[in-house]
Design a protein around this ligand. Structure first.
Ligand code: SF4
Length: 433
């Protein structure tokens, strides 16, 4: 998984159909600051490459700089640089079936000259947590070999039912082992006081992001899927920093302004949709504009909520074990179906679109079963679209447009006067907007 501040290299949005957020420039600056900061002299600080589900708060509290190859992969996709990088990895024998974040990352190491910013700076250590997928283990093992740097794998057992005590104890023991590993690799010790400060900032970031997403329950929704995807970058790569807290305060204020003024993300919201899976980074604004053309706004998604777990206070290591073991991709299909059913009710969604993402097997396997279950339980229709988050070779625009057209025609039959449907005055989700 991963995200990016993606409005780079002259990429433009279809302005007539899309309102740019005032905070877009601040986001751009923040992400540039992050990537530039990784390249500045580090005054003895070590750099860790980590997966998006790694317990970053512990690393920050230990004075370690962090970089996210998944976010970098998303950036490569959005900047249309992923295909040549994937090809560079494939030329070295990595399978085209491998996740395109992994191939972009490996390609950027093998061919830095072709990569945005010449790739990420060389890491001193690697932390891979398999709470999102098993791919990251083999990917990070390959990176460890290429750079000859130490790798720690944090194993989080899959949660089929509930997060049990044995799983929690197992993950907690590994967090303690991870701390010893980082101590060995960096010479730094963990300060619990500092961990508390970082965890507080992390929790505040998570709260603000959840509140911003919650504001999209308003009709019209102040944000559409591309807004959510672009603005999730700091929750992933800067979680636990004051920079992320500041940014989300500003974004929340702007989104609240939109809600109070009744300003929607798209000109005329007729249909409210839910998105499932990672963004189509290589066609971000163009792809979602296919829906905007029909007055359809993605008011919520299953992806950007992936970073909504606060670290329970008290014993912070125990809290981190709970939060990171319970990442949604580490939970059952039933859990994911239930989450979608809940979001459809809360955000008053008319239809849902699932991205069958060739790269991300854990996210995409089982989508047909989830689609069937969600439609049966809610009566809301769903559409499945095949593509890849970064590798545009797996995307065929015309067949996709045809499927979208058929789906939107179905919605127009089901909701002939969708745009005129009133917000129930006392509805828990509609009240206050
Ligand atoms: S396979 Fe999916 S979860 Fe794993 S790194 Fe790729 S995109 Fe992320």
């Amino acid at each position: 998984m991963g995200v990016s501040a993606v409005l780079n290299r002259g990429q433009t949005m279809p302005e007539k159909r899309y309102k740019r957020l005032k905070t877009a420039e601040e986001l751009q600056r923040l992400m540039q600051w992050h990537y530039t900061g990784l390249r500045l002299p580090r005054l003895g600080r070590k750099l860790a490459w980590v997966t998006s589900g790694a317990p970053v708060e512990i690393l920050r509290a230990m004075g370690v700089l962090v970089a996210y190859p998944e976010n970098y992969g998303a950036l490569c996709g959005a900047q249309h640089q992923a295909v040549p990088l994937c090809q560079a990895a494939e030329a070295q024998g990595y399978s085209p079936d491998l996740c395109s974040y992994a191939r972009s990352s490996l390609g950027s190491i093998l061919q830095p000259g072709q990569a945005p910013m010449n790739g990420l700076p060389r890491p001193d250590l690697l932390i891979a947590c398999n709470n999102i997928c098993g791919t990251v283990i083999k990917w990070f093992e390959a990176v460890a070999r290429l750079y000859n740097v130490p790798l720690f794998i944090l194993d989080t057992p899959f949660i089929h039912d509930e997060l049990s005590s044995p799983i929690l104890d197992y993950v907690l023991a590994q967090l303690q082992e991870m701390i010893r590993f980082v101590e060995g690799a960096t010479g730094n010790r963990l300060s619990l006081e500092r961990l508390k400060r970082v965890a507080n900032a992390s929790n505040e970031t998570v709260r603000l992001w959840s509140e911003i997403r919650g504001l999209c329950k308003a009709r019209p929704s102040p944000l559409n899927a591309p807004d959510l995807f672009v603005n999730m970058a700091p929750i992933v790569v800067l979680r636990g920093t004051q920079g992320a807290v500041r940014f989300y305060r500003h974004l929340k204020a702007e989104v609240e302004e939109r809600v109070s003024a009744g300003v929607g993300a798209i000109p005329q919201e007729k249909y409210r949709l839910l998105w499932d899976n990672i963004a189509v980074w290589h066609h971000l604004y163009r792809f979602y504009s296919y829906f905007t053309d029909y007055g359809a706004c993605f008011v919520v998604d299953s992806y950007t909520g992936g970073w909504s777990q606060e670290i329970p206070t008290g014993d912070l290591l125990q809290g981190a074990a709970t939060a990171y073991a319970a990442v949604f991709l580490n939970q059952s299909l039933e859990h994911r179906a239930e989450m979608m059913v809940r979001l459809i009710a809360e955000y008053r969604v008319d239809g849902f679109v699932m991205h069958s993402n060739r790269s991300c097997k854990p996210y995409s396997l089982g989508q047909y079963a989830i689609k069937r279950a969600v439609s049966e339980r809610t009566g809301v229709p769903g559409l499945l679209i095949e593509s890849d988050m970064c590798d545009s070779r797996a995307f065929a625009a015309e067949p996709v447009k045809t499927r979208i057209q058929a789906f939107m025609e179905t919605l127009s039959v089901l909701h002939p006067a969708s745009s005129a449907r009133p917000v129930p005055p006392n509805s828990p989700t509609g009240a206050g907007f």
